[in-house]
Design a protein around this ligand. Sequence first.
Ligand code: AMP
Length: 116
Amino acid sequence: MSDSNCIFCRIIAGQIPAAKVYEDEHSFAFRDINPQAPVHVLLIPKRHVVSLKETASEDHAVLGHLLIVAGKIAAQEGIAENGFRVVANSGGDAGQTVFHLHLHVMGGRPMAWPPG
Ligand code: AMP
């Protein structure tokens, strides 16, 4: 199910342009418009899920699928060997700004820990 008010649902539908890097039946990935690393891809489920807090039992398979696809995207983008980071900001304190679940797949430079 998609939400016509959701910017990421509209990207999946092709109503808002995005630089697509991957798509399959259940997921869609595109470059972040404000990249925080040399490679910064957003990977989203096609089904509109608000955040990790709102996941349902029917999302079980797609959540696992997203993690596997994140690794494939890292390989495709050439960041798998040196290392990459996968982040899901969930809710206000984490800094979530778009309320369609997304994994940030980032790499291409050394990253600090803890994150800010
Ligand atoms: P978050 O703050 O974790 O919710 O991440 C939302 C991300 O979406 C941010 O990194 C934004 O730069 C990115 N973003 C917002 N709108 C777009 C867009 N139209 N195309 C690509 N990335 C976007």
